[in-house]
Design a protein around this ligand. Structure first.
Ligand code: COA
Length: 160
């Protein structure tokens, strides 16, 4: 059985992340979408909120399970029996850091492979930060995030 893990902060999940998750689910028997508890980022949404938002969007994909994790990704991958780490690649600028992470993960866990999927072109330019920034300034992000995320962002931003 091929088990893969796709990890991120997902603060919040965007259509770009969902695109990678759904396509990766087609390549493996099981895909864990793993929401990182602590990544050094000051998150807008709590861990529970980030998990809930992404879980709602992926509940229709039978072989995807959304979970949270803390600590090293390679340790979590071993715990769930994953043999592959999935990463999305956007621009060339992602490559340096992605290669660094893939090699560091390989150094720590030689049995794990990292697989890169190119992000679909319509999502090449987005990140959770740019989504939050544009949303906070009332810009239109409706094509870039699911409806429920849009509503959650509006609510959260109105509270701060
Ligand atoms: N569509 C839209 N946005 C995307 C995207 C896509 N396909 N792929 C990446 N992004 C965005 C993310 O939302 C994120 O935006 P932000 O910086 O505004 O939050 C940014 O691009 C960077 O993405 P990523 O590199 O996946 O960072 P992340 O914070 O989401 O996740 C972890 C990083 C959790 C995977 C990594 O920190 C980790 O593995 N942590 C565990 C600890 C560990 O093992 N450390 C050692 C690693 S070698």
């Amino acid at each position: 059985m091929t088990i893969a893990v796709y990890a991120g902060t997902f603060d919040p999940v965007t259509n770009g992340h969902l695109d990678i998750a759904v396509r990766a689910a087609g390549l493996f028997d099981k895909l864990y979408v793993a929401v990182a508890q602590e990544t050094g980022k000051n998150t807008l949404f709590s861990l529970e909120e980030r998990v809930q938002l992404i879980r709602q969007e992926l509940s229709g994909v039978a072989n995807i399970e959304v979970v949270s994790f803390d600590g090293l990704l390679v340790d979590f991958a071993h715990k769930i029996g994953a043999n592959t780490i999935v990463r999305g690649l956007r621009a060339v600028s992602d490559f340096d850091i992605e290669l660094q992470m893939a090699l560091m993960n390989k150094e720590m866990a030689a049995d794990l492979e990292t697989v890169f999927l190119p992000t679909s072109p319509q999502y090449l330019f987005i990140s959770s930060s740019i989504i939050k920034n544009v949303a906070s300034l009332q810009g239109d992000i409706s094509r870039l995030v699911p409806e429920r995320v849009l509503l959650a962002l509006e609510k959260k931003l109105s509270q701060i």
